[in-house]
Design a protein around this ligand. Structure first.
Ligand SMILES: [Fe+2]
Length: 280
């Protein structure tokens, strides 16, 4: 049996997410047939999980690069001998700051297509990650609301997502180059996935500041509704991490949220983010 024929996926929830069995990180990196099968599963399931993949950062990076080009992040450090792999670390002295639902780096003109995480140091309890399907959320809207939202544009801003870091001593100086490089950008509030053709709600509480052309009160009320609607429980999936668990998700069709209920325990993840296209 060919490698790609051994691959199985088990749905992780009704709306999105799948556990992949029968394919390792190396299989995907070395076989185009395996890669094509996994990519199709990824577009379909929007987030995929692989258990028991504790391979080092080079293998993790090679797996990631099968799916696209690596994108750096202005606010994170990287692994010494694997510059494509970022370090996401939370300790008692330096706890994780991101708490709200978001899609990654929507402050960019061309936000990332996929993000990957690999569990390294996992707390004894807590620290799950949630994902929500922005396509299932779109599908659940009335035709009237879909038609109203379709032509709108939303503004996304780096400064909004990093406002806590900016308020810290030295924060403004440290982030000044990133701010200069990332002025606010407009994206379609409803984007169409370039591979699946599905429509997705494309605003998030971390980086979206307002809907262009609407009075502030209407923008605030509509965004509050959309943020809540996207993350309705029926649109979500929840992952409990183990060391060696790998997740890869599609930022064009999902949002995610870390659950910071593990503090002050130590948590360390490796991350790779991949470049994307201009949302349309
Ligand atoms: Fe994120």
């Amino acid at each position: 049996m060919a490698l790609n024929e051994k691959i199985q996926v088990h749905k992780a929830s009704g709306a999105l997410g799948g556990f992949v069995h029968g394919a390792s990180l190396e299989d995907v990196a070395s076989s185009d047939a395996v890669y094509q099968r996994v990519r199709a599963l990824l577009v379909d399931h929007e987030v995929l999980f692989f258990r028991d993949q504790p391979q080092g950062p080079q293998v993790f990076a090679a797996f990631a690069k099968s799916f696209g080009d690596v994108l750096g992040h202005p606010a994170y450090t990287t692994v010494d001998d694997a510059p494509d792999v970022q370090i996401l670390e939370s300790t008692a002295a330096n706890p994780s700051k991101i708490e709200v639902w978001h899609s990654d780096m929507t402050f960019m003109q061309t936000p990332p297509s996929f993000t990957l995480l690999q569990g390294q140091i996992i707390p004894a309890f807590g620290g799950d990650t949630l994902w929500a399907s922005a396509t299932a959320a779109y599908d659940a809207l009335s035709p009237q609301m879909q038609a109203f939202l379709q032509p709108l544009q939303a503004v996304n801003d780096f400064r909004h997502g990093f406002r806590e870091s900016l308020a810290e001593p030295g924060g403004a100086e440290r982030l000044a180059p990133a701010i200069a490089e990332h002025p606010p950008v407009e994206h379609p509030l409803i984007r169409t996935h370039p591979e699946s053709g599905r429509k997705a709600i494309y605003v998030n509480a971390l980086f979206t500041t307002h809907i262009a052309g609407l009075p502030a009160k209407e923008s605030e009320a509509l965004l509050a509704f959309l943020y809540r609607h996207v993350v309705t429980e029926e649109h979500t999936v929840r992952l409990s991490w183990q060391p060696g668990t790998v997740a890869i998700w599609d930022n064009r069709s999902t949002q995610h949220k870390p659950v910071n209920d593990f503090l002050p325990q130590h948590r360390l993840m490796h991350r790779v983010t991949l470049t994307g296209d201009q949302p349309a």
